[in-house]
Design a protein. Structure first.
Length: 346
Protein backbone atom coordinates (compact mmCIF):
# COMPACT_ATOMS: atom_id res chain seq x y z
CA UNK A 1 0.00 0.00 0.00
CA UNK A 2 2.81 2.35 0.96
CA UNK A 3 4.69 1.59 -2.25
CA UNK A 4 1.55 2.26 -4.27
CA UNK A 5 1.07 5.60 -2.51
CA UNK A 6 4.69 6.56 -3.11
CA UNK A 7 4.37 5.71 -6.80
CA UNK A 8 1.18 7.75 -7.11
CA UNK A 9 2.83 10.71 -5.39
CA UNK A 10 5.85 10.50 -7.66
CA UNK A 11 3.60 10.34 -10.73
CA UNK A 12 1.61 13.37 -9.57
CA UNK A 13 4.82 15.30 -8.91
CA UNK A 14 6.12 14.45 -12.37
CA UNK A 15 2.81 15.56 -13.90
CA UNK A 16 2.95 18.83 -11.99
CA UNK A 17 6.50 19.42 -13.18
CA UNK A 18 5.51 18.68 -16.80
CA UNK A 19 2.59 21.11 -16.60
CA UNK A 20 4.79 23.84 -15.12
CA UNK A 21 7.38 23.31 -17.86
CA UNK A 22 4.74 23.41 -20.61
CA UNK A 23 3.26 26.61 -19.16
CA UNK A 24 6.69 28.23 -18.98
CA UNK A 25 7.48 27.25 -22.57
CA UNK A 26 4.12 28.53 -23.83
CA UNK A 27 4.68 31.82 -22.03
CA UNK A 28 8.12 32.11 -23.62
CA UNK A 29 6.67 31.52 -27.11
CA UNK A 30 3.98 34.16 -26.61
CA UNK A 31 6.58 36.69 -25.50
CA UNK A 32 8.61 35.95 -28.65
CA UNK A 33 5.54 36.58 -30.81
CA UNK A 34 5.67 40.27 -29.85
CA UNK A 35 9.26 40.78 -31.07
CA UNK A 36 9.88 44.06 -32.90
CA UNK A 37 11.99 42.45 -35.62
CA UNK A 38 9.88 41.03 -38.47
CA UNK A 39 12.20 38.06 -39.07
CA UNK A 40 12.18 37.17 -35.38
CA UNK A 41 8.38 37.35 -35.31
CA UNK A 42 8.09 35.11 -38.36
CA UNK A 43 10.45 32.57 -36.82
CA UNK A 44 8.46 32.72 -33.58
CA UNK A 45 5.15 32.16 -35.39
CA UNK A 46 6.52 29.12 -37.22
CA UNK A 47 8.17 27.74 -34.09
CA UNK A 48 5.08 28.27 -31.96
CA UNK A 49 2.86 26.43 -34.46
CA UNK A 50 5.33 23.53 -34.61
CA UNK A 51 5.50 23.37 -30.81
CA UNK A 52 1.69 23.25 -30.56
CA UNK A 53 1.50 20.42 -33.11
CA UNK A 54 4.10 18.37 -31.26
CA UNK A 55 1.91 17.49 -28.26
CA UNK A 56 -1.82 17.84 -27.49
CA UNK A 57 -0.88 19.24 -24.09
CA UNK A 58 1.05 22.03 -25.81
CA UNK A 59 -1.98 22.90 -27.92
CA UNK A 60 -4.27 22.91 -24.88
CA UNK A 61 -1.93 25.11 -22.84
CA UNK A 62 -1.46 27.58 -25.71
CA UNK A 63 -5.21 27.84 -26.30
CA UNK A 64 -5.83 28.36 -22.61
CA UNK A 65 -3.11 30.98 -22.36
CA UNK A 66 -4.61 32.89 -25.28
CA UNK A 67 -8.02 32.77 -23.57
CA UNK A 68 -6.49 34.04 -20.35
CA UNK A 69 -4.82 36.98 -22.09
CA UNK A 70 -8.07 37.70 -23.94
CA UNK A 71 -10.00 37.76 -20.65
CA UNK A 72 -7.31 39.85 -18.95
CA UNK A 73 -7.31 42.57 -21.60
CA UNK A 74 -11.09 42.77 -21.27
CA UNK A 75 -10.60 44.18 -17.77
CA UNK A 76 -9.90 47.52 -19.42
CA UNK A 77 -13.08 47.27 -21.50
CA UNK A 78 -15.52 45.87 -18.93
CA UNK A 79 -17.26 47.85 -16.24
CA UNK A 80 -17.31 44.72 -14.06
CA UNK A 81 -13.63 44.10 -13.40
CA UNK A 82 -14.27 41.47 -10.74
CA UNK A 83 -16.39 39.39 -13.09
CA UNK A 84 -13.72 39.62 -15.78
CA UNK A 85 -11.04 38.51 -13.34
CA UNK A 86 -13.12 35.53 -12.28
CA UNK A 87 -13.71 34.60 -15.92
CA UNK A 88 -9.98 34.77 -16.62
CA UNK A 89 -9.20 32.52 -13.69
CA UNK A 90 -11.97 30.12 -14.71
CA UNK A 91 -10.40 29.83 -18.15
CA UNK A 92 -7.09 28.91 -16.55
CA UNK A 93 -8.71 26.38 -14.23
CA UNK A 94 -9.79 24.34 -17.26
CA UNK A 95 -6.19 23.28 -17.79
CA UNK A 96 -5.26 22.21 -14.28
CA UNK A 97 -8.26 22.02 -11.93
CA UNK A 98 -6.73 19.41 -9.66
CA UNK A 99 -4.16 21.39 -7.71
CA UNK A 100 -4.49 24.97 -6.48
CA UNK A 101 -0.75 25.35 -5.95
CA UNK A 102 -0.03 24.28 -9.51
CA UNK A 103 -2.69 26.66 -10.88
CA UNK A 104 -1.06 29.52 -9.05
CA UNK A 105 2.35 28.71 -10.51
CA UNK A 106 0.89 28.45 -14.00
CA UNK A 107 -1.00 31.72 -13.51
CA UNK A 108 2.23 33.48 -12.62
CA UNK A 109 3.81 32.23 -15.86
CA UNK A 110 0.83 33.28 -17.93
CA UNK A 111 0.68 36.63 -16.18
CA UNK A 112 4.31 37.32 -17.04
CA UNK A 113 3.64 36.43 -20.67
CA UNK A 114 0.58 38.67 -20.76
CA UNK A 115 2.50 41.54 -19.21
CA UNK A 116 5.32 41.21 -21.72
CA UNK A 117 3.00 40.91 -24.72
CA UNK A 118 0.45 43.56 -23.83
CA UNK A 119 2.58 46.23 -22.26
CA UNK A 120 4.23 45.33 -18.97
CA UNK A 121 2.71 47.07 -15.99
CA UNK A 122 0.21 48.74 -18.28
CA UNK A 123 -1.15 45.49 -19.70
CA UNK A 124 -4.67 46.15 -18.50
CA UNK A 125 -4.88 49.76 -19.53
CA UNK A 126 -2.77 50.55 -22.55
CA UNK A 127 0.25 52.84 -22.38
CA UNK A 128 -0.36 54.34 -18.93
CA UNK A 129 -0.60 52.15 -15.80
CA UNK A 130 -2.93 54.77 -14.29
CA UNK A 131 -5.43 54.25 -17.08
CA UNK A 132 -7.09 51.28 -15.40
CA UNK A 133 -7.60 53.26 -12.19
CA UNK A 134 -8.70 56.49 -13.89
CA UNK A 135 -11.68 58.43 -12.53
CA UNK A 136 -13.63 57.94 -15.77
CA UNK A 137 -13.13 55.11 -18.28
CA UNK A 138 -15.12 54.21 -21.36
CA UNK A 139 -15.13 50.64 -22.72
CA UNK A 140 -14.33 50.12 -26.38
CA UNK A 141 -17.35 51.07 -28.44
CA UNK A 142 -19.52 54.16 -28.75
CA UNK A 143 -18.61 57.48 -27.09
CA UNK A 144 -20.31 58.47 -23.84
CA UNK A 145 -20.96 61.99 -22.50
CA UNK A 146 -20.72 63.05 -18.86
CA UNK A 147 -21.60 66.39 -17.27
CA UNK A 148 -18.86 67.36 -14.83
CA UNK A 149 -19.40 69.14 -11.53
CA UNK A 150 -18.41 72.49 -13.07
CA UNK A 151 -20.99 72.15 -15.84
CA UNK A 152 -18.52 71.14 -18.56
CA UNK A 153 -19.50 68.29 -20.86
CA UNK A 154 -16.88 65.59 -21.32
CA UNK A 155 -17.37 62.93 -24.01
CA UNK A 156 -15.08 59.91 -23.92
CA UNK A 157 -14.46 57.84 -27.03
CA UNK A 158 -14.32 54.08 -26.65
CA UNK A 159 -11.17 53.14 -24.76
CA UNK A 160 -10.58 56.63 -23.34
CA UNK A 161 -9.71 57.28 -19.70
CA UNK A 162 -9.29 60.49 -17.69
CA UNK A 163 -8.71 61.78 -14.19
CA UNK A 164 -10.71 64.87 -13.20
CA UNK A 165 -9.58 67.50 -10.67
CA UNK A 166 -11.95 70.47 -10.34
CA UNK A 167 -11.43 71.54 -6.73
CA UNK A 168 -8.36 73.80 -7.03
CA UNK A 169 -7.65 77.24 -8.45
CA UNK A 170 -7.34 75.52 -11.84
CA UNK A 171 -9.51 72.76 -13.26
CA UNK A 172 -7.47 69.82 -14.53
CA UNK A 173 -8.38 66.89 -16.75
CA UNK A 174 -5.57 64.33 -17.09
CA UNK A 175 -5.95 62.34 -20.29
CA UNK A 176 -4.67 58.84 -19.54
CA UNK A 177 -5.38 57.52 -23.01
CA UNK A 178 -7.74 57.62 -25.96
CA UNK A 179 -9.71 60.58 -27.26
CA UNK A 180 -12.08 63.06 -25.63
CA UNK A 181 -14.39 65.84 -26.76
CA UNK A 182 -14.62 68.66 -24.24
CA UNK A 183 -17.15 71.47 -24.08
CA UNK A 184 -15.84 73.75 -21.37
CA UNK A 185 -18.09 75.62 -18.97
CA UNK A 186 -16.88 79.21 -18.68
CA UNK A 187 -15.22 80.14 -15.40
CA UNK A 188 -12.58 82.88 -15.81
CA UNK A 189 -11.42 82.44 -12.21
CA UNK A 190 -10.74 78.72 -12.67
CA UNK A 191 -9.14 78.01 -16.07
CA UNK A 192 -9.43 74.47 -17.41
CA UNK A 193 -6.32 72.58 -18.48
CA UNK A 194 -6.06 69.21 -20.23
CA UNK A 195 -2.83 67.45 -19.27
CA UNK A 196 -0.90 64.75 -21.13
CA UNK A 197 2.74 63.67 -20.80
CA UNK A 198 3.55 65.77 -23.88
CA UNK A 199 2.17 69.05 -22.53
CA UNK A 200 -0.81 71.09 -21.39
CA UNK A 201 -3.78 72.50 -23.32
CA UNK A 202 -5.34 75.54 -21.65
CA UNK A 203 -8.87 76.22 -22.82
CA UNK A 204 -9.40 79.78 -24.03
CA UNK A 205 -12.76 78.85 -25.53
CA UNK A 206 -15.30 76.08 -25.42
CA UNK A 207 -15.00 73.01 -27.65
CA UNK A 208 -12.08 70.86 -28.75
CA UNK A 209 -10.94 67.28 -29.30
CA UNK A 210 -7.83 65.83 -27.67
CA UNK A 211 -6.34 62.42 -28.40
CA UNK A 212 -3.40 60.78 -26.68
CA UNK A 213 -1.63 58.21 -28.81
CA UNK A 214 1.64 56.83 -27.48
CA UNK A 215 4.19 59.64 -27.30
CA UNK A 216 1.97 62.09 -29.20
CA UNK A 217 -1.01 64.27 -28.30
CA UNK A 218 -3.35 65.48 -31.06
CA UNK A 219 -5.49 68.61 -30.69
CA UNK A 220 -8.39 69.61 -32.95
CA UNK A 221 -10.07 72.93 -32.17
CA UNK A 222 -13.80 72.99 -32.90
CA UNK A 223 -14.59 76.42 -31.46
CA UNK A 224 -12.58 79.39 -30.17
CA UNK A 225 -8.95 78.82 -29.12
CA UNK A 226 -6.60 76.90 -26.83
CA UNK A 227 -3.07 77.69 -25.65
CA UNK A 228 -0.62 74.80 -25.89
CA UNK A 229 2.61 74.35 -23.95
CA UNK A 230 4.87 71.30 -24.11
CA UNK A 231 6.77 69.50 -21.38
CA UNK A 232 9.88 71.28 -22.67
CA UNK A 233 9.87 74.79 -21.13
CA UNK A 234 12.09 76.12 -23.94
CA UNK A 235 9.33 75.56 -26.53
CA UNK A 236 7.21 78.72 -26.92
CA UNK A 237 3.51 78.60 -26.14
CA UNK A 238 1.31 78.35 -29.21
CA UNK A 239 -2.36 79.28 -29.66
CA UNK A 240 -4.50 76.96 -31.81
CA UNK A 241 -7.67 78.48 -33.30
CA UNK A 242 -10.98 76.98 -34.46
CA UNK A 243 -10.54 74.62 -37.41
CA UNK A 244 -6.83 74.20 -36.69
CA UNK A 245 -5.07 71.06 -35.54
CA UNK A 246 -1.78 70.39 -33.81
CA UNK A 247 0.53 67.48 -33.08
CA UNK A 248 2.16 67.86 -29.67
CA UNK A 249 5.28 65.94 -28.68
CA UNK A 250 7.96 66.43 -26.07
CA UNK A 251 10.04 68.11 -28.77
CA UNK A 252 7.53 70.70 -29.92
CA UNK A 253 4.20 71.71 -31.44
CA UNK A 254 3.48 71.09 -35.11
CA UNK A 255 0.46 72.68 -36.78
CA UNK A 256 -1.37 70.41 -39.21
CA UNK A 257 -3.61 71.09 -42.22
CA UNK A 258 -6.93 72.60 -41.18
CA UNK A 259 -10.06 70.47 -41.03
CA UNK A 260 -13.75 71.30 -41.04
CA UNK A 261 -14.78 71.38 -37.34
CA UNK A 262 -18.24 69.97 -38.04
CA UNK A 263 -16.77 67.07 -39.99
CA UNK A 264 -14.23 66.37 -37.24
CA UNK A 265 -16.92 66.23 -34.56
CA UNK A 266 -19.19 64.06 -36.69
CA UNK A 267 -16.32 61.62 -37.30
CA UNK A 268 -15.67 61.46 -33.55
CA UNK A 269 -19.29 60.75 -32.68
CA UNK A 270 -19.76 58.22 -35.50
CA UNK A 271 -16.46 56.48 -34.70
CA UNK A 272 -14.78 57.24 -37.99
CA UNK A 273 -11.12 57.92 -38.70
CA UNK A 274 -10.68 60.57 -41.38
CA UNK A 275 -7.20 60.25 -42.85
CA UNK A 276 -6.03 62.97 -45.22
CA UNK A 277 -2.66 61.95 -46.65
CA UNK A 278 -1.58 60.59 -43.26
CA UNK A 279 1.34 58.19 -42.75
CA UNK A 280 0.07 54.63 -42.52
CA UNK A 281 1.99 54.15 -39.28
CA UNK A 282 -0.09 56.92 -37.66
CA UNK A 283 -3.31 55.35 -38.93
CA UNK A 284 -2.34 51.95 -37.53
CA UNK A 285 -1.45 53.52 -34.19
CA UNK A 286 -4.90 55.09 -34.01
CA UNK A 287 -6.64 51.85 -35.01
CA UNK A 288 -4.73 50.09 -32.23
CA UNK A 289 -6.36 52.42 -29.70
CA UNK A 290 -9.79 51.15 -30.73
CA UNK A 291 -9.29 47.39 -30.70
CA UNK A 292 -8.65 44.82 -27.98
CA UNK A 293 -5.38 42.99 -27.89
CA UNK A 294 -2.25 44.12 -29.67
CA UNK A 295 -1.73 45.53 -33.16
CA UNK A 296 1.91 45.49 -34.27
CA UNK A 297 3.43 46.49 -37.60
CA UNK A 298 6.76 46.36 -39.37
CA UNK A 299 7.93 49.98 -39.47
CA UNK A 300 10.09 49.33 -42.54
CA UNK A 301 7.20 47.76 -44.44
CA UNK A 302 4.87 50.72 -43.88
CA UNK A 303 7.48 53.48 -44.19
CA UNK A 304 6.57 55.99 -46.88
CA UNK A 305 3.01 54.73 -47.26
CA UNK A 306 0.28 57.35 -46.82
CA UNK A 307 -3.46 57.01 -46.45
CA UNK A 308 -6.43 59.07 -47.58
CA UNK A 309 -9.57 57.31 -46.44
CA UNK A 310 -12.46 57.19 -43.99
CA UNK A 311 -12.06 54.10 -41.79
CA UNK A 312 -14.49 52.60 -39.25
CA UNK A 313 -13.10 52.72 -35.72
CA UNK A 314 -16.00 50.58 -34.50
CA UNK A 315 -14.92 47.76 -36.83
CA UNK A 316 -11.14 47.75 -36.89
CA UNK A 317 -10.98 44.35 -38.61
CA UNK A 318 -12.83 45.92 -41.55
CA UNK A 319 -10.57 48.97 -41.36
CA UNK A 320 -7.50 46.73 -41.56
CA UNK A 321 -9.02 44.88 -44.51
CA UNK A 322 -9.53 48.21 -46.30
CA UNK A 323 -5.92 49.16 -45.60
CA UNK A 324 -4.70 45.82 -46.93
CA UNK A 325 -6.81 46.25 -50.08
CA UNK A 326 -5.21 49.66 -50.66
CA UNK A 327 -1.68 48.30 -50.27
CA UNK A 328 -1.45 44.84 -51.90
CA UNK A 329 2.16 44.44 -50.83
CA UNK A 330 1.08 44.33 -47.18
CA UNK A 331 -0.43 41.37 -45.36
CA UNK A 332 -2.48 41.10 -42.18
CA UNK A 333 -1.69 38.12 -39.95
CA UNK A 334 -3.48 37.10 -36.77
CA UNK A 335 -2.36 35.02 -33.81
CA UNK A 336 -5.55 34.11 -31.98
CA UNK A 337 -7.98 36.95 -31.33
CA UNK A 338 -5.57 39.22 -29.48
CA UNK A 339 -2.49 39.69 -31.68
CA UNK A 340 -2.37 41.16 -35.22
CA UNK A 341 0.71 41.78 -37.36
CA UNK A 342 0.94 44.05 -40.41
CA UNK A 343 4.02 43.45 -42.52
CA UNK A 344 5.20 42.97 -46.10
CA UNK A 345 4.30 39.93 -48.14
CA UNK A 346 7.15 37.49 -48.53
Amino acid sequence: MGAHTATATATATATDTDTDAIAATAADWIVRLSADDADERQAAIEGFEAWKRADPRHLAMAANMERFIDQTRKLANDGNGQASTQAAHAALDEVSPARVARRRRVRRGIGLAAAAVLGGAALLAGSDPGRLLADLRQPLGAPRSTTLADGSTLTLAGGAAVDVRLDGPERHIVLRGGEILLQVAKDPLHPLIVETPQGNIRALGTRFLVRRDGATTWLTMLESRAAVTTSDPTVPRQVIAAGERARITARGIETLPAIDPGLAEEAFRRQRLIAQDRPLAEVLDELAQHRPGLLRYDAKAVAGLRVTAVLPLDDTDRALALVAASFPRLRIRRVGDWLVFVDARA
